[in-house]
Design a protein around this ligand. Structure first.
Ligand SMILES: [Zn+2]
Length: 863
């Protein structure tokens, strides 16, 4: 241990700290630097000193009685290098997880790797290694980087989707869906990516008809494909978005609602016959199923839609599953018939639709022209009949498609099905899972038919990786279960996820599939709640400056751009260059490497930089000019601690000037309460961590105003300083640990009833609380307009409810005056615990003019 230069410190240190057996860590460590500027060398020393404490196992305790809190950041694809987007999401989740732990919650904060997928396969081909090898190497690298970043993950629950111990249960869930009639195989036109040589789902093709990944122009190709009937849950998925628990989803709700569409019809399964013999089946969307029995024909705009080779002629017919009547199939170009949106097949019901009648007449198809009235009850009855008869009947929009899960790629979860000449496609038995990836990909692997035992062929398609990532948050809860994907009781206690954190780019795909799977698992009683994620924190992108040559639009590196005569030009050619903010990416040369940031500024500075200035949900423009604020802040906290230590040394033995201290205590108390209230709100409710940082900056500014005598002799100063450090810790854990260490080292002369546990490190300190008598605001609104307010002590605030708040409002003359004796229809108090409350009193608007006005019917449309 280094000897501290100030003798009084050493004496104190000897008697108080070092003698305690519980704080072994301090035996090995001394303060990194006393009275020095916070330079890079100091920061790096701090990081290496505290790294092991920061990364100490913080495993979720299944036996704990404390309230659970499940903070789940989206797991990364193991590309091999952390990028700034990762730094952002994991710093946010770590800060929230640390905050919740310090608030006494039993926190599950897991991590894993979404490790199947094309890039591994492509990289493996390029580098001539097995995808496993490439993937595992990258995972090892990323684990190291995540530890360096200081994220407090529960590593004991790590899941890796390409691990047979994981994909065994992805296959299990696939078979569960198979068992429940949700899996089918049919020949389908698929989006073929000629570059990646794979099939893409509709949503993986952009509006210009290009692959989301390779950017290649997508071709159409017809292949046998595996589908999941995800649209069976369309209505449930759409209604789920109105769940009030999902309030934080905001614009994601809009995106998903648009994606799912209005569930204003249903899809039915119609058998297809070739030469009068049953051949296959066809899904047809029908807007008004109550008229389905009056169908006269099936129109298709593209004959290949029905999956029978050759032309559609009189040999091909469709059977109405309700009436068993035989319907002709006719080809009508898309422009000649009002096909439902997104469909190229239409059930012709001439009596109900003039356009269908015109076609039937033209094609000389006989029909009964008596028009029947629409009948909603009958519609529901027909749908229910279809559902129970496994003929479709699930409400959905006409454009929503089932989930195409087949991928003709090697590096994915094998689809657990065997093709047998005698039995057809047969699912593998649960007990025979996992179906492992073939070592050699040159030939289709043989497999015994699970039904008849004869030799068959293993399916070679693998699953879309979105299947892997649709349930990983459930596996975290029970990662070592050998028999089942997870234990239902364990999941019952842990789900839903309290905060799910990740990028907005996953709003439609990943979140849709994850919600679908949860709705399915809920429907069979496996999970308690259909919605998997209670609160969603969608983080914005990290954007960098891309430099383009004006003439050619070619991207150039920032290092080759210079300023000449007030204009940006490329150094070599002198060509004018323009700048655009875009999502950081390798190809745009506009990114910064996290490891470079760590080397240049230190880990905690990088964490504060990524959290500072803008809200987590906003896109972040990465500019070094903006760093001064954070660097100054850290420097100021550092020197504040210097001043505090100095003051303690100078004044701790002097007698206290009571009157002087008393004069400043109120200000200090108020500053502490005010900032504790605000920062806690930002961590807990709004997730505006950037605002939390500015509040901490403001607290530092307040504390710096006091002279050394106050610092040394005011208990309130000590409390405020402790609160500052504790509230900084979740965002800057290494830095705050060292600050706390110095704080502990200061000679202590004040006999405090403080809640600080002097012998423990900063993460063992409980979150600072407001004083019981601190006053909080209650706002009174009448019909949503502010009409008054009152102050209420924090201890009473905890007991606030609708009734109490209304009583308070009714003792405010301004409110009473405004109410003017009108009847109160409702009084709802929205309470943000430990922050503020707003009571809204509803009275009849129109009462003055028109007595007995009818209250608007606000009955929910959800059912
Ligand atoms: Zn067989």
């Amino acid at each position: 241990m280094e000897i501290l230069s100030v003798s009084v410190c050493r004496i104190r240190l000897g008697s108080r700290v070092v003698s305690s057996p519980k704080i072994g860590i301090y035996r090995r460590h001394s303060s990194v630097s006393k009275k020095s500027s916070l330079d890079l060398a100091t920061k790096l020393k701090i990081e290496s000193k505290w790294g092991s404490l920061i990364n100490q196992a913080v495993n979720f305790d299944e036996t704990s009685k404390s309230e659970k809190c499940y903070i789940c950041p989206m797991f990364p694809y193991p590309s091999g290098n952390l990028h700034m987007g990762h730094v952002r999401v994991y710093t946010i989740s770590d800060a929230i997880a640390r905050f919740q732990r310090q608030n006494g919650k039993n926190v599950l904060h897991p991590i894993g790797f979404d490790s199947f997928g094309l890039p591994a396969e492509n990289a493996a081909i390029e580098n001539q290694v097995q995808p496993e090898e490439w993937t595992n190497k990258n995972i090892a690298k990323m684990r190291k980087q995540l530890r360096q970043l200081g994220c407090s993950f529960d590593w004991s629950r790590e899941v890796i989707t390409s691990d047979p111990q994981y994909y065994k249960f992805t296959q299990y869930i696939f078979l569960l869906m198979y068992k429940h009639g949700l899996v089918y195989r049919k020949k389908a036109w698929v989006n073929w990516d000629p570059v990646d040589k794979t099939v893409l789902a509709d949503e993986q093709v952009d509006s210009n008809g290009r692959s989301w990944r390779s950017g290649a122009k997508v071709e159409r190709k017809q292949l046998e494909q595996w589908f999941i009937r995800s649209t069976n849950f369309a209505q449930s998925l759409r209604n789920g978005l109105d769940n009030e628990e999902l309030a934080e989803w905001r614009d994601i709700v809009k995106l998903q609602k648009h994606w799912i569409g209005e569930c204003d019809g249903a899809e039915f399964i119609f058998p297809i016959c070739l030469n009068g013999k049953k051949h296959s089946s066809l899904n047809i969307w029908v807007q008004k199923p109550e008229h389905i029995s009056k169908a006269a024909f099936v129109a298709v705009s593209d004959p290949s839609e029905i999956g029978i080779p050759g032309s559609v002629d009189s040999n091909v017919t469709v059977i109405n599953p309700f009436t068993k009547s035989v319907l002709p199939v006719i080809v009508i170009p898309h422009n000649d018939l009002n096909y439902p949106e997104g469909c190229s097949i239409k059930l012709g019901i001439p009596s109900q639709c003039d356009d269908d009648a015109r076609i039937a007449t033209m094609k000389k198809i006989p029909f009964d022209s008596t028009r029947a009235l629409d009948n909603f009850d009958e519609r529901i009855r027909v749908c229910q009949l279809a559902v129970s008869g496994k003929m479709g009947g699930h409400l959905k929009s006409s454009r929503l498609r089932d989930w195409l899960v087949s991928r003709q790629r090697r590096w994915g979860t094998p689809i657990p099905v065997v093709h047998c000449d005698a039995c057809g496609t047969v699912p593998v038995a649960f007990k025979d899972l996992p179906v492992v990836l073939p070592k050699d990909q040159s030939s289709a692997p043989s497999a015994k038919c699970p039904k008849c035992g004869e030799p068959g062929r293993q399916e070679t398609d693998t699953m879309d990786t979105f299947v892997d990532s649709a349930w990983y948050f459930l596996r975290y809860i029970d990662p070592t279960n050998q028999d089942l994907p997870f234990d239902k009781n364990k999941v019952e206690n842990m789900m839903p996820v309290d905060v799910y954190i990740g990028g907005k780019e996953h709003a439609t795909l990943h979140l849709y599939y994850a919600r679908f799977l949860s709705h399915f698992l809920h429907s069979i009683g496996w999970i308690p709640d259909p919605e998997p994620f209670k609160r969603l924190l969608v983080q914005g992108m990290v954007m960098g400056k891309t430099y383009y040559i004006k003439k050619t639009k070619q991207v150039v590196r920032s290092s080759s751009v210079i300023e000449r005569d007030g204009q940006l030009v490329e150094r070599e050619s002198g060509e004018p260059v323009f700048v655009k903010w875009e999502k950081m990416s390798k190809s745009k040369h506009n990114g910064v490497e996290p490891s470079d940031m760590f080397d240049k500024f230190g880990v905690d500075t990088t964490r504060l930089l990524i959290l500072g200035e803008v809200a987590p949900t906003s896109d972040r423009l990465w500019k070094e000019e903006a760093f001064d604020g954070i660097l100054n802040f850290q420097e100021k906290v550092w020197t504040l601690l210097d001043d505090f230590m100095d003051s303690k040394v100078k004044f701790h033995n002097q007698s206290v000037d009571e009157s002087k201290i008393k004069a400043v205590e109120d200000k200090l108390r108020d500053a502490r309460n005010f900032h504790v209230k605000g920062v806690t709100f930002n961590y807990n409710q709004s997730y505006q961590l950037s605002v939390a940082i500015s509040k901490l900056q403001s607290l530092v500014k307040s504390l710096k105003k006091f002279d050394q005598e106050t610092m040394a002799q005011s208990l309130e100063f000590e409390k405020a300083l402790a609160a500052l450090l504790i509230m900084l810790a979740p965002m800057a854990p290494h830095f705050a640990s060292e600050l706390w260490f110095r704080f502990q080292m200061a000679p202590r002369s004040l006999q405090s009833p403080m809640t600080i546990q002097w012998k423990n490190n900063i993460f063992k300190q409980s979150w600072p609380q407001m004083d019981d008598d601190y006053l909080l605001d209650v706002i009174f609104k009448v019909n949503n307009a502010v009409k008054g307010d009152a102050k209420i002590q924090y201890k009473d605030f905890k007991k606030l409810n609708d009734e109490v708040a209304l009583k308070m409002a009714l003792s405010d003359p301004k409110v009473v005056d405004f109410l003017g004796g009108r009847d109160i229809l409702a009084a709802d108090c929205a309470i943000i615990n430990g922050y503020s409350a707003t009571l809204n009193i509803k009275v009849d608007h129109t009462l003055h003019k028109q007595k007995g006005a009818v209250r608007k019917n606000t009955a929910s449309s959800r059912r």
